[in-house]
Design a protein around this ligand. Structure first.
Ligand code: HEC
Ligand code: HEC
Ligand code: HEC
Length: 427
């Protein structure tokens, strides 16, 4: 029923889209990098810069199939509307970017359009990449063109109507996509501006760390406010300095450590964030990581949601949870929930424990937790899965307990939620 309603809304939007579309503004082309010849693209310094920027943009993660050639595409990305395979972006003639000019590439990254002007699906993070400068885009293009071409024909997306029709994106774009490069804030430091550029643009943190509505779009106010990742049962927490579910209490060093090593005194990276750290942020320069931390620490805390729970309803659940915690968890995470520095993450004040849904803690308890292997932390400890040992009721109880103990003030988790998340695979 809900799907039908959405389909009808989309159809109406398509019908009305033509005039909304006129609202899209054309950015003037900046003069720099407007003339690109073959020699420019072969400049080793430009290619090296592009290599680094492609890592910051994590292009390889999405554009590499499991066990496939890097950048040759074929990873199938799930969305609530169907699945979309990533294309080959090696310079192969015919199946990759071999015939692409820099202008074609710029149009893809900046405007979300393919080589023939067709609209690209926003699962390709161009709502963020539109903020990337032309200079940086040129470097990335030079790097991609320097790769060995791999022959790998594109696969077709598997989407339901009307999403299967690319023109349906016209209305979506009018609602959710604003083309435009990053604007510096002259009143802020260079580090702040660099951090804002990386977070909002190439690093595309908002693609996961912002809530999306039923059409898969983000409202402006949702920026970095945290959200459930569509089609994946993980919650990317609020990155502002909010208490209980945000980064309150995180020092600059904690943020740098998490992004560099996957581990910090405040929590560890797992789920999709473990991949982001492994593939992208661990390779970022120290200056860039500090810039990201500077920017995140400047985000004013959003007011924490007030959680209404009646003491009578929760007392029995929490008592049961306390028992399970003492038996199964306290040895590693401590009676006080503060963990063991460098080994077991604290659960007290942990943004992934306090996030609004309870999904992250539930899934880690059921499926186990796997921190990324990084140069800074080559042999991370992992968290054992409790799927076999604990019933759904016990998982709900212990997760509720850790969400409401010590300084934590999140909502309790119901047994039915555990049933729902128990069976979704780790991705
Ligand atoms: C979250 C996953 C994801 C990330 C990150 C990502 N891409 Fe993509 N990209 C895709 C998908 C999926 C498509 C296909 C979209 C479509 O079919 O409409 C795509 C399309 C493209 C296209 C258009 C290719 C064509 O044949 O039309 C280019 C160029 C591209 N990406 C380059 C990049 C670069 C450069 C980066 C890193 C800065 C990057 N992508 C990061 C998923 C991603
Ligand atoms: C593919 C989705 C995705 C992207 C992209 C992403 N994150 Fe995350 N992030 C998550 C998820 C899911 C979590 C919660 C799991 C965890 O705590 O590791 C998370 C957690 C975090 C945490 C808190 C870790 C903790 O232990 O509470 C920080 C800090 C963070 N991300 C920063 C970033 C920054 C900065 C970027 C952009 C450079 C980014 N993330 C991009 C999905 C993502
Ligand atoms: C053998 C030691 C051990 C035991 C027992 C254990 N954990 Fe963990 N736990 C870990 C480690 C190590 C991590 C970090 C793994 C990762 O980052 O994916 C972790 C991560 C977590 C996380 C995610 C927090 C974060 O920032 O990474 C939660 C929530 C959690 N554990 C809850 C529990 C609960 C509840 C229990 C009892 C049912 C429990 N753990 C039992 C070692 C343990």
């Amino acid at each position: 029923m809900k799907r039908m309603t959405i389909a009808v809304i989309v159809l109406l939007l398509i019908a009305g889209g033509w005039w909304l579309f006129r609202a899209e503004t054309r950015q003037p082309v900046s003069p720099s990098a407007s003339k690109v010849d073959g020699a420019t693209l072969k400049d080793p310094a430009l290619i090296a810069k592009g290599h680094y920027l492609a890592i910051v943009g994590d292009c390889a993660s999405c554009h590499t199939a499991q066990g496939g050639e890097r950048y040759a595409g074929g990873r199938v990305l799930p969305t609530p509307f169907g699945s979309i395979p990533s294309p080959n972006i090696t310079p192969d003639h015919g199946t990759g970017l071999g015939e692409w000019s820099f202008e074609d590439f710029w149009q893809a990254l900046h405007s979300g359009k393919g080589r023939h002007g067709e609209f690209l699906y926003p699962v390709f993070s161009y709502t963020s990449f539109t903020k990337v400068t032309r200079e940086d885009a040129l470097a990335i293009f030079a790097y991609l063109q320097s790769l060995a071409p791999v022959r790998a024909p594109a696969q077709a997306p598997e989407l339901e109507f009307p999403y299967s029709v690319r023109t349906s994106l016209k209305a979506w774009r009018a609602l959710y996509f604003r083309e435009g490069e990053f604007q510096r804030d002259a009143s802020k430091s260079d580090a702040w501006n660099r951090g804002a550029y990386l977070v909002q643009g190439l690093g595309h943190c908002n693609e996961c760390h912002a809530a999306r509505d039923s059409l898969g779009g983000q409202q402006g106010s949702a920026s970095l406010a945290g959200g459930q990742i569509p089609a994946q049962n993980w919650y990317a927490p609020d990155l502002s300095m909010q208490a209980n579910g945000g980064l309150a209490g995180w020092s600059e060093q904690d943020i740098v450590d998490l992004l560099k090593t996957g581990q910090s005194t405040r929590g560890t990276a797992f789920g999709p964030m473990a991949e982001v750290v492994a593939e992208s942020t661990q390779h970022m320069h120290e200056d860039d990581l500090r810039a990201i931390a500077t920017y995140l620490q400047s985000l004013p805390p959003r007011p924490a949601a007030v959680v209404a729970t009646s003491e009578l309803d929760t007392r029995a659940i929490l008592a049961q949870g306390a028992k399970v915690y003492a038996q199964r968890c306290a040895d590693c995470h401590g009676k006080d929930g503060n963990g063991v520095a460098g080994i077991y993450p604290p659960l007290n004040g942990n943004s992934s424990v306090n996030e609004p849904t309870g999904i992250n803690a539930t899934r880690v308890v059921v499926l186990g937790g796997f921190a990324p292997v990084t140069e800074g932390n080559p042999r991370p400890y992992s968290m054992p899965p409790f799927a076999q040992q604990l019933s759904d009721a016990d998982v709900a109880a212990v997760v509720s307990y850790i969400r409401r103990s010590w300084s934590n003030k999140a909502s309790i988790v119901m047994e039915r939620d555990v049933v729902k998340y128990r069976h979704t695979p780790i991705d």
